[in-house]
Structure formats: structure tokens, C-alpha cells
Ligand binder design. Sequence first.
Ligand code: ASP
Length: 439
Amino acid sequence: MAIKVTKFGGTSMASAESINQVANIVNADKSRAYVIVSAPGKRFKEDIKVTDMLYSCFYDLEIKGECAGNFNKIRERFMGIVKDLELDFDIVPYLDQVEQDMIDNNSAEFCASRGEYLSAIVMAKKLGFEFVDAKDLMVFSPDGEFMPEETNAKVKQVLKNIKKAVIPGFYGADQYGTVHTFSRGGSDVSGAVIARAVKASIYENWTDVNGFMVTDPRIVPNPKQIPVLSYLELRELSYMGANVLHPESIFPVRKEGIAINIKNTFDPQNPGTLIVPEVNPDEVKGRVVTGIAGKKGYSIVFISKSMMNSEIGFARKVLSVFEYYNVSIEHIPSGIDTLSVVVADSEIAGKEEVILEKLRQEIKPDHLELKSGIALIATVGHGMCFNPGTSAKLCSGLAKVNINIRMLDQGSSEMNIIVGVSEDDYEEAIKAIYYAFYN
Ligand code: ASP
């Protein structure tokens, strides 16, 4: 029988009301066999996520050796949820144990993981499914690195005889039982890992939005929803800041070609966004641009030197300077006598002067300049391949609103055009590109 793996995010787990909604969704389809949950998130704008409260507990423990004040807020949260769900189950002994374990364990990762742990216990009771602890499934190395192949084997072995289970997201453990977490939002990765191991027919990722929008709705009001996109398009968009799904979620499911369906717990009839290995072109006829995403906080090192194109090893010398100073590079657009290196501000911060000086020594440029305050915008879509006029449309869209393009780079896959603009122009540039393709 086809098995579906479902993951519910923090807003879906935030209150008894939303948890009831989750239970309705799971119960509506018998193939929804494995349920991965986040810790309770925000119920309203000013609310605090349980994971954030748990980090506060850790800081309390570091400073005062106890965390009763912050932990009491977590107690209240969970006790309220269990009461409102009218479950015949006493969560207090679990809460007591967690508080004691946090005092004994005193690690940030252990503390942070307890939100998912408790959330999964509650959900398992609500659904009548077995609770399977993520520490027995997700394998990390003692220095905290996730180990995908070991995990895959372990999940297969443990879940072989468990037909329905609720599993906490976000964490796992090493061979000594020490708990480690993924980066924030990592329950998405946990769900993808489980989906791969059980060869799920689909990985449903339930959140609080109707999937991916073509661009950021905080910038463009009511942008179009993306019904379907490919793994590659998702990778490009999420790398550039489209953050509906943790960017690392793609790797486990890609290995088995499993589609991800982003769905909205609060609007379950909406089809959401389907992420597939390859989009069938007939399904998206006429679509040139799938999505537009961007980020601020980049710098560009502009280098020019006449005859650089015939100087063997020139690019290597430039790149080795960045490597020497341990700076990761985003893009390297080049012309005949020019080469630009785009880096994130966070990578180059504090090293600007020494890098420029080293470049001067190594490559003796005619001109060398660092420009900060750059925003990068990725316009992504398989439909752009072999579609003449796409970059012209994009550039004239920007020109119409008087935005100067500081850098333009088209990936060799032809499915991604990156433009660099001044950070002050960022929002206007996103709007201009969106309206150039969607009007
Ligand atoms: N609760 C964790 C966080 O807030 C992990 C997750 O929800 O995916 O980042």
C-alpha cells in the first residue's frame, strides 16, 4: 500500500484547535502513516515559539543553574493544549522528566529538542499512533554532523514493524545517545529523511501557507501561487531566500524521486505546491518564470585588467585569494577584461582590506573595487531555457523603473538569471521583475 509521510510545522502544532485540525487531516487518509511534528509555534504575532523558550531555558541554566521561570511557561503551554484536547493523559510526569533532563544534560541542542519531543508525545496520544523517538532514528556523528546513510538504514529497520507512528522532527542522537539538532526549521529535513527511508508515495509538508508563491507576498501583494516546480527550481529559489521549506529537505527525497507537496493545514482543500523531480512541460505551458527570490547583504569585488583573458591562471589566482581567507563565493560573472566576485557580507566582514591587498599583489589589476550594499535577485524557471527574450524582458522591466543593474549572471543551466542591484532598489526590483512576467 502507498505510504504517505506527513510533516506538520509549528503553527499546525501551536494550539489544541490546530492539533485537532491536524488529526482530522491525518485521519482523513489511511495512507498517512508517519507523522513528523515540530514544536508548538506561534499562535499569534507576538507569541513565542516553544523552541525559543527552550533556548531561553538553556541560557538560564548556564547562568543560574535552574530554568523554572521559563520552563513554567512551557509547562503551561503543554498543559493547556492537553486539557483543551480533552485527552485522558497526564503530561505532568513528562514535563517533570524533561525539566530534570535539561538540568542534567545542559546542552543547547538537547534543550531545544524537547519541544518536538513533547509535541510528538501529545500528537501520538491524540491519534492513537505509536510514539517513536527521533533519537532512535536520526543518526548524528559525535561532533554533530548528520549521517544520512546510517540514518536511512536505521529508519528502515526500526519502522519495518511499526505501521503508524508519530516522530519528533528536528533532532537525533549520536552513538553515545547525545542529542543533536538540525539547523532551525529542521523538522522539514526529518520528514524528508523518513519519506526516503520508507519510500513514501509522497512527502506532505503541512504549513500555514498555500505553498510557494511566485515571489515574496510581503513585497508583491497577492502574487500567484506556484502549482508545481522541480527540485532544481526549488533549490535555486530556497537558496535565494524563499523559505517555505528548509533548503536541505530536498536531498533525501531526491534520492528516491519522491514528490513533496506543500499544503496548508488551515486550508486543506487548496492543492498547495507540488515539488517534483521534473515538471512535465505540458502542465506548465507558457510559463517562462517559475519564481523570483532574493536576498540583501552581498558585496561585489570588481576586477579589471586589460588582456586578462589571455593571462593563463588569472581566475585561479583570484579565487585562491578568497580560498586562502576562507571566503565562500556566490557568483563569478566575467567579461573579456573584467571579473567580478560576489560574496555574502557575512563571509567577507572584517577581511575586506586584507583581501583587496592580497589581490593587488597577486594579480596586479588595473582597477580593483569593492561595492557593498548589494541585493541579489534570482529569476528562476525551466521555461527560460531556449526562450529568447527572457533576459531582455527582465532588464527592460528594471530599466522602466530606473533601476541600475550592478551585476548580471545567467547560470549555464539557463534556468536562473541572477541580477545584483543596490539594496535600496531591492523591493522595487522584485516588483518590476514580477510584473514583467506576470501581469
Ligand atoms: N522547532 C524548530 C524551530 O523552531 C524546528 C522546526 O520547527 O522545524 O526551528
